[in-house]
Write a protein that binds this ligand. Structure first.
Ligand code: CP
Ligand code: NVA
Length: 292
């Protein structure tokens, strides 16, 4: 099995992973179903939540995780990805990889003989979507709510678009012109269920919304675009006035003063810490599901 994007799961499998996550989160004693199993974690980009939640999750499930940063292995220093995939597969039970180019996790999965999990690429962040859906379900008791995405049509947004299409979540995506989701993602969503409603007007997006979600305007690897993006995203910032009394999600890390103000992030509207915690539970649900 692989999780290169959220639609590698069927809708039934997605719900099973979410149920598994809830079970592991709430069980008095979930046991150690991954005893003696090892997760190899390959990181080309920095991470706080993904690294710590996967590593802690493996510990809690009775297994072990190995952090492999950009200078820890031969990948990026001469050894091809396919050889790295084949070697890791002879030792570990799962690979989780955070890389720039989405084609790299596809290649990793092609040459690995163990499950490969995408820990974020430039195009997708399915583990974030698992935690986001779990958080929404916990907040509202259902996924049948209206979520307004306000910001960049980036990796986090694109996986959420697919996750919404696979569930009851109704998604409206507001981006500045030129920062919409990829057409391929739009088509995949339409094939799975509903493509999101799209607009370039953030106020239109939050009209009737139950919850708002944003992410950084300048993703990892886009630092050269910062000045241009700050100009073009003018009007998309989540301010106290804009969000009103709606709950606010953010995958974090936040760039305070850019996509979201300090006030909003520090307010009771922000459910971002529950959302961050759910990375742990959702990924435990996934790892246990893959191990079964
Ligand atoms: N949301 C998320 O993936 O955070 P990190 O970059 O800290 O892993
Ligand atoms: N869109 C952000 C998400 C970080 C978790 C990035 O790719 O940098």
């Amino acid at each position: 099995m692989t999780l290169l994007d959220i639609d590698d799961l069927t809708p039934e499998e997605l719900h099973a992973v979410l149920d598994n996550a809830t079970r592991l989160k709430t069980a008095d004693d979930a046991g150690t179903p991954l005893e003696r199993q090892t997760l190899a974690m390959v990181f080309e980009k920095p991470s706080t939540r993904t690294r710590i939640s996967f590593e802690t999750g493996m510990t809690q499930l009775g297994g072990h995780a190995i952090f492999l940063g950009p200078d820890d292995i031969h990948l990026g220093h001469g050894e091809p990805l396919r050889d790295t995939a084949r070697a890791i597969s002879r030792y570990a039970d799962f690979i989780m990889a955070r890389v720039f180019d989405h084609a790299d996790v596809v290649e990793l999965a092609e040459f690995a003989s163990i499950p490969v999990i995408n820990g974020l690429t430039d195009d997708a962040h399915p583990c974030q979507t698992l935690a986001d859906l779990l958080t929404i379900q916990e907040q509202f008791g259902t996924l049948d709510v209206d979520l307004a995405w306000v910001g960049d049509g980036n990796n986090v947004c694109q996986s959420l678009v697919l996750g919404a299409a696979m569930t009851d979540l109704d998604l409206t995506v507001a981006t500045p012109e030129g920062y919409e989701i990829d057409d391929g993602v739009r088509k995949r969503a339409a094939g799975l269920g509903d493509a999101p409603v799209e607009t370039n007007d953030p106020h239109e997006a939050i009209d009737g919304a139950d919850i708002i979600y944003t992410d950084v305007w300048v993703s990892m690897g886009e630092e050269d675009e910062r000045e241009q993006k700050l100009r073009e995203f003018d009007g998309f910032q989540l301010t106290t006035d804009f969000v009103g009394d709606l709950p606010v999600m953010h995958c974090l890390p936040a760039h305070r003063g850019e996509e979201i103000t300090d006030d909003v992030l520090e307010s009771d509207n922000a459910i971002v810490w529950d959302q961050a915690e759910n990375r742990l539970h959702a990924q435990k649900g996934l790892l246990d599901f893959f191990a079964e």
